[in-house]
Design a protein around this ligand. Structure first.
Ligand code: KG4
Ligand code: ZN
Length: 343
């Protein structure tokens, strides 16, 4: 099976070809065009994202097909992100995919962006397959899931306010280190002294017990407020910046690692699959891998190109959902996660 994937849910225009069957599927080509227009606004401007997708989508798809050495006629299935995401941005990808599907008489399947993040790692790493604990941490979402099988997703916890990537972006703006914030904060934190600032670990305390929402849920607002106060209190922000970044990052990592370990233990899983843009964070990966190793479990994290938004994961998820081809595909800003139940 050869699947063409298309992703335009936020600020990356991406197309990819994935070939193979089931967990044996591999990336034949993947083109990701990141829009830099948003940097001056320090955040994604939806209308500008839609326009940039419109300009880029044709050449990006052509380039992906060329990279895989195939034509549209050689593709067995077209998969496109139908949600969740920015509605104008999604519409560009969905409309383009519908056009290709009609023109080439190829079936079209709609893909849920977050389900696709769970599939991304498996394209690189054959061991990143269920059963596993999934942690998706991106600019828009933070989810902790138990995944006994593809298509069977049990929600353990989610954020009550900001997503983890969003918190990184806001803290980057506060520290004036640039956009996108995650990589800038991580870089800044490398020179920071971990003992200078100790920020609260939100939604984390020893009294929490399995069965309580707090046991797995996340929250970023208290930590963000603590950062605002610390930045205001700093007499020399230039000198304190790396220490503030380090203090923030350490707090986030401790929360994510502790809650993931709770899930591994309670659900009896041996593997953790990380997904979403924050999965690029090396300090998070290292801390998570070390903590899991101590319990005989392993971390499976995608390569950076498969961590952030990309169409290869969309094609892989489309392959899994191939039987649904033929049902109407419509862009949707909000979309229920298929197969997700609260654990
Ligand atoms: O998955 P993604 O590309 O887009 C969404 O679906 O949201 O994630 C983007 C998010 C941004 O908030 C960005 O700041 C964050 O991922 N990010 C990072 C790092 N690289 C990207 N956060 C922390 N550390 C990083 N190295
Ligand atoms: Zn994403």
């Amino acid at each position: 099976m050869r699947v063409l994937g298309i992703e335009t849910s936020c600020d990356e225009t991406s197309a990819a070809v994935v070939a193979g069957d089931g967990d044996g599927a591999r990336v034949a080509s993947c083109v990701i065009l990141s829009q830099d227009v948003h940097a001056v606004y320090r955040g994604v401007v939806p209308e500008l994202a839609s326009r940039a997708h419109l300009v880029a989508i044709g050449p990006v798809v052509d380039h992906a097909l060329e990279g895989a050495g195939v034509g549209l006629g050689d593709v067995d299935l077209i998969a496109v992100t139908e949600g969740p995401g920015l509605i104008g941005a999604l519409l560009v990808g969905v409309s383009y995919a519908k056009g290709l599907s009609l023109a080439a008489a190829r079936p079209l399947v709609g893909v849920h962006h977050l389900e696709a993040h769970l599939f991304g790692t498996a394209l690189d790493d054959p061991a990143a397959v269920p059963p596993f604990i999934g942690l998706i941490v991106s600019g828009g979402h933070s989810l902790l899931l138990d995944v006994p099988a593809w298509g069977d997703y049990r929600l353990l916890g989610e954020t009550r306010d900001d997503a983890v990537g969003e918190a990184f972006d806001k803290v980057a703006a506060l520290l004036e280190v640039g956009y996108p914030g995650g990589p800038a904060v991580e870089k800044g934190a490398r020179g920071g002294d971990p003992a200078r600032y100790r920020f609260p670990r939100p939604m984390l305390n020893a009294r929490q017990r399995p069965g309580e929402r707090d046991y797995y849920d996340l929250s970023m607002s208290g930590l963000k407020t603590a950062m605002i106060h610390a930045v205001k209190a700093s007499a020399d922000l230039a000198a304190d910046r790396p220490h503030l970044a380090r203090g923030f990052q350490d707090a986030v990592i401790e929360v994510l690692v502790t809650k993931t370990l709770r899930a591994v233990e309670q659900c009896g899983r041996q593997r953790v699959v990380l997904g979403g843009g924050v999965a690029c964070n090396r300090a998070l990966r290292e801390a998570m891998a070390a903590a899991l190793l101590a319990r005989g479990a392993t971390l499976h994290a995608p390569s950076p190109r498969l961590s952030t938004d990309n169409a290869a994961m969309i094609a892989r998820a489309g392959l899994f959902r191939a039987a649904e081809a033929g049902r109407p595909v419509d862009a949707a800003a909000r979309l229920p996660f298929p197969g997700l139940v609260r654990a």
